[in-house]
Each structure stands twice: as structure tokens, then as C-alpha cells.
Design a protein around this ligand. Sequence first.
Ligand code: NAI
Ligand code: SOE
Length: 383
Amino acid sequence: MPSDLFVGLIGQKFMGRAHSNAWGQANRFFDLPRRVVLQAACGRDGDELGGFAARFGWKTWTTRWEDLASDPKLDLVDVATPNHLHLAPALAALEAGKHVACEKPLAGTLSEARQLRDAAKRAKRSKTFVWFNYRRCPAVALARQLVAEGRLGAIRHVRATYLQSWGTPDAPLTWRFQKKLAGSGAHGDLNAHVVDLARFLTGDEIHEVHGAVARTFVMERGIPGTDKPGKSDVDDALLFLASFKGGALASFEASRVATGHLNANAIELNGEHGALRFEFESMNELLFHDQTLGPRTAGWRRIVATSAAGGHPYARNWWPDAHLLGYEHGFTNMAADVVRAIEGQEPVVPLPDFADAFETQRVLEAALVSAKERIAVRLSEIR
Ligand code: NAI
Ligand code: SOE
């Protein structure tokens, strides 16, 4: 009988729901060395918390994150709060000797991300994780395997876009539009994912941002619960060009005002022997072009990455071939990998820890500096 892993969650809304579901499902679909116990949940809204806890199976709840982060019963604290509230709870939990799983981006600012990286390094008995969930779509994990096997050869281009369109003028001034709470806008929110994916898929590091441009199109938004406007001071879109140490060129685009796109997280790698493309809105599929087949038969083929017999990552834990997975499965796959990693077992694909997420944050910072100063920025300048 596996021993229990007591989890506490801070944040009960969008990610709070996704993580609650993941922790609750992990032992149902994966054979894990520990049994996850949904011990304690925390959120700001006391009126909603009881219902939330009951619905997802959390045993206790509190509106004080300080109490949860230091609760001696907990083994792991899961931070699913707005970006400005990653640092304090994660630091408190690390100081209390717990493992920490934190939402992305690691923090709103490079300085806070650095503090988290350093605290994680000091906390020798704690393991840290960052919810870059898209790594755990089976099609993405398969793409990484194909790159590592050399199926693309040397990579020449990485083309990543994360396009959404909900940043319309009538979208209220939530934390996501306020620099002091979010750090940045579409950039930290969406480029964080695709920069992580680019690093994860190539196994390479970006060494220079050659240029970036950021725009805020909507400068004022309605303050929720009032009829007053407030300042929206983050980017609605940020685009940048970069290059990898290994020589590949890269382009990244994040937007909340890309009309026609809802959650278009897409990445394409072009290598000397072939190419790969993933589009989240068709998340079960990986597109693969094998250049070595020659001009007669080479072309894009669509792999439905759901085959246990094919050895597709995570496929054996879910359904028969082409009985498709959805958004929530990436989180459940991650929760299962976190439980494995805590027990010293190999995750199905590598998990980002705070040190890894700090590297993504350095790239994000380099692009912000590039956009602000209108200069190229080497990553060696961003520490
Ligand atoms: P949200 O606004 O839907 O929920 C935030 C939660 O934090 C709420 O439950 C609120 O009660 C709680 N909270 C805020 N201040 C608090 C305080 N002082 N004490 C206790 N609880 C507090 O935000 P959402 O969308 O869930 O985002 C949370 C984090 O997750 C962000 O860092 C965001 O970037 C990240 N995120 C990641 C996604 C992914 O794909 N991995 C998807 C969406 C968000
Ligand atoms: C923004 O709309 C958002 O919810 C991001 O915060 C997530 O990280 C992304 O996965 C989906 O979009």
C-alpha cells in the first residue's frame, strides 16, 4: 500500500479547478508510489471555498495562505494564484520543508523568479515543479522524442505562436492586465509557455534575443464591480526574434488581440532531415514531415499520438487509440509525474523545476528589455 502524499492548494479558480482535478485523478489512472490526499485548499473568497472544497474533495479549507503554506500535515504546496502571489507562498512552503508545485510563469518579475530559484536551491530536501502543462500533451512529448532521436537532424528554425483574442476593450481590468500583479501581459502569460516548449523540444538554450516589439492597444479597462476605468499597463501583444546556441533561428509571438484565434498555441521545428508541428487546438495530433523520404513521397503526415502499442507517451494510462485526450489530461499527466519524481522515480518526460523555469524567465526578460530599449540582448547579460 503506497504511503500518502498530503497536498495543499492555494488558488481555487481556473487553475485551482484544473489542479484539483489532476490531483484527484492521478491515482485513478496511474500506478503511483504515493496516494495523493487532497488535504487543504485556500482561496480569497470564503463564500465559495466550502463548495469548491466539497466538489473536488479537499478535506479542509482556509482563506489564509500563510496557514496552508506552514501546515505541518502537508508534504506539497501547490501555488495556483496570480503571478504576484507566487513568491511569498512558495518561499514560505520551501522554508517549511515542503515540495512546491508552482504555476507559470515562475513569477511576474525576474527578480522574484531569481529569489525562488535560489530558495529552491537552498531547500535541499524539497523538490520544485512548475506547471508547464503543455509539455505533457502526448503529441508534444512524442515530438521531443523524435528530436532527441535525431529525426530532424540539426534544427534550423523554431517558429512559435501563442495567439488568443479575449483582450477586447470590454474585458475587465483583472490582475492579468496590471503590471504590478501580472509582471507583463500576453508575453509573460503566453510566451512563457512557448519559450518553455521551444527549450523543451530542442533541448537547446536561447542565447540571444535579436529584437522585440510590444504593444498595448487598450490602455484603460473597466474596474470589476465599479463603473470606473483603470489603467491597463501590460502588453496586449509581444513578438520577438531569437537564436539558439545550436544555431537555430526562432520567432515567438504572443497576443491577446489576435482576432480569429482562441487558444492557438502552436510550435513548428524545421530541421535538416524533417520538420514537426504541434497545434494545441488539435492537441492529439503531431504533424511530421520526413524529408529523408525524398520528393516523391515526403510530405506532412498526421500522427494521432494516442497509441499505447505505438509507445506514445502517457497513452497506456488512458483510452484505446484515438479515444482522444483533452486539456485536463496534461495536468493529470503532470500530477502523476510529480508524485513519481518526489519518490525518486523517472517522470515520463522531464519536469521543469524552479531552476529550469528561471531559464525561461531569463528569455522573457531579455525580450522585455529588447522591446523597451530597442536593442538586441544577449542572454549572458540577463542573470
Ligand atoms: P484566477 O484569477 O482564475 O484565480 C486566482 C485564484 O487565486 C483565486 O482562487 C483567488 O481566490 C486566489 N487568490 C488571489 N489572491 C489570493 C490571496 N491573497 N490568498 C488566497 N488566494 C488568493 O487565476 P488563474 O487563471 O487560475 O491563474 C493563476 C495562475 O495560474 C497564474 O499564475 C496564471 O499565469 C497561471 N495559469 C496557468 C495556466 C496553464 O496553462 N498552466 C492556465 C491559466 C493560468
Ligand atoms: C490566458 O488566457 C491563459 O489562461 C494562460 O494564463 C494560460 O497559461 C494558457 O495556457 C491559456 O491561456
